[in-house]
Design a protein around this ligand. Structure first.
Ligand code: NZQ
Ligand code: ZN
Length: 397
């Protein structure tokens, strides 16, 4: 079992109805809240209620409703100016990962002293010039879409429309002070967003599960249990979007999938980096990009760790292992996983998104420019070359 250092200071308030505590929790963080969210109405009712709760708690607030998926740093910069002009003393991010990540970047941007906000971003893995933020305004995060785990981690993923890139800011100051997780806020999610969120949450755990150390029993059972819980509860929610228990399971799984508990001592595969390039070059949303990359990557990688994939087949996909070899189980598990994602309404191939074989070299170049190490490979176990990445993408066609 690998050693690790673990730190997560986020106070979590979880449960149906906990949104009612937003005013009270906000008042502990400051007197002037800058609220960051979407502006197209998808969470309008929730925003109106938040304004009432803040008002009742004596907290002045201003709403900045310019967030769009894959939040552009250029929008964040406008938010920073507005937050400064308002005299915000804390920031509330309410929405999915894009809203929470934008809120984090605004909170850090207000206090940023290293010039252009894009300097905060690890725009390339070998980029040693990134200047992550050292401080941020206090953050209250309220997810309305279970997916990214942003509410309980120190990451903010942003893009740049002018640079055509998407990457992340990673800094201690991006941990929220408080996160309110009320599953009822997710009842309005359309089925596609719900499914994409669950696929994303699975990927956060799967990437580490297949990439990581050989012996870490509790970690592997935790990872398998988390993925199984999503696989069991997503179909329930798609059938009944207001099922309180299943919605709650999905929400807590998404948070626990990327708050550090599913990864101590281990590193990820670079599937997310590939996904980010599919988003920035081909406009494929985050969950969909991973629905495409994951099964192809697993197919490419399965022979290296048949027992790990066999356990995935049995314990996540519920396949009976009697009389089967690990290799057979691995194949069945991956096929069942792909079918599950499709049944939940998320495409699993590049071609369904209009991406062809001719696009593959460009995608590989995109991944290289952001994620390849100085030694010319992608960090993974084992490392992945450009040629191997092209192979994986061909499997995803
Ligand atoms: O477009 P509209 O109609 O407004 O739909 C919104 C939103 O645009 C809708 N939505 C959210 N909550 C809703 C709702 N609709 C109805 N009812 C609700 N309760 O969902 C759309 C998508 O939202 P978005 O915030 O983009 O989704 P998600 O939570 O999947 O976040 C994706 C972003 O997070 C980043 C991704 O790269 C992407 O930019 N990630 C952040 C991570 C982190 N901070 O740790 C890690 C992740 O791996 C990921 O990279
Ligand atoms: Zn993700």
């Amino acid at each position: 079992m690998n050693g690790f250092t673990y730190h997560n200071p986020v106070k979590v308030v979880f449960g149906n109805g906990t949104f009612a505590q937003a005013g009270e929790e906000a008042a502990k963080l400051g007197k002037r809240a800058f609220v960051v969210s979407y502006g197209d109405g998808s969470v309008a009712g929730t925003l109106a209620r938040l304004a009432e709760l803040l008002d009742a708690a004596g907290v002045a607030s201003e709403q900045f409703l310019e967030v769009v998926p894959n939040p552009p740093i250029e929008m964040v910069a406008r938010g920073v100016e507005r937050a400064k002009a308002f005299g915000a003393d804390f920031v509330i991010g309410i929405g999915g990962g894009s809203a929470m990540d934008a809120a984090k970047a605004v909170a850090a941007g207000v206090l940023y002293t290293h010039g252009d906000l894009w300097n905060m971003v690890y725009a390339s893995h070998s980029n040693v010039t990134a200047q992550p933020p050292e401080s941020a305004l206090p953050l209250l995060l309220i997810p309305t879409l279970p997916a990214t785990g942003s509410e309980m981690n120190m990451c903010s993923v942003v893009s740049s429309t002018t640079r055509g890139k998407k990457s992340y800011i990673w800094a201690d100051c991006l941990f929220a002070k408080t996160a309110i997780l009320d599953p009822e806020l997710t009842y309005t999610l359309p089925p596609f967003q719900t499914a994409c969120g669950s696929v994303d949450a699975i990927s956060h755990v799967l990437e580490i599960y297949i990439n990581g150390q050989d012996k870490s029993d509790l970690l592997h059972e935790w990872q398998l249990g988390l993925m199984r819980t999503i696989v069991e509860n997503l179909p329930v929610v798609l059938k009944n979007p207001t099922d309180p228990d299943a919605r709650a399971e999905l929400m807590w799984c998404a948070t626990c999938g990327l708050n550090g508990w599913a990864s101590p001592g281990d590193a990820w595969t670079p599937m997310h980096q590939v996904g980010h390039v599919l988003t920035s070059r081909h406009g494929i949303n985050h969950g969909s990009s991973l629905a495409i990359v994951m099964p192809a990557w697993m197919d490419y990688h399965k022979a290296l760790k048949p027992a790990r994939y066999a356990a995935f087949a049995r314990k996540v996909m519920g396949i009976c292992g009697d009389g089967k070899t690990d290799a057979q189980l691995a194949d069945e598990g991956i096929a069942a996983f792909r079918a599950f994602i499709k049944e939940c309404g998320v495409p699993t191939t590049l071609s369904e998104k209009g991406v062809t074989e001719a696009d593959i070299p460009g995608i590989v170049e995109g991944v290289k420019s952001v994620s390849f190490n100085a030694d010319g490979v992608l960090s993974s176990n084992p490392p992945v070359t450009a040629e191997a990445l092209a192979e994986i993408l061909k499997k995803a066609l």
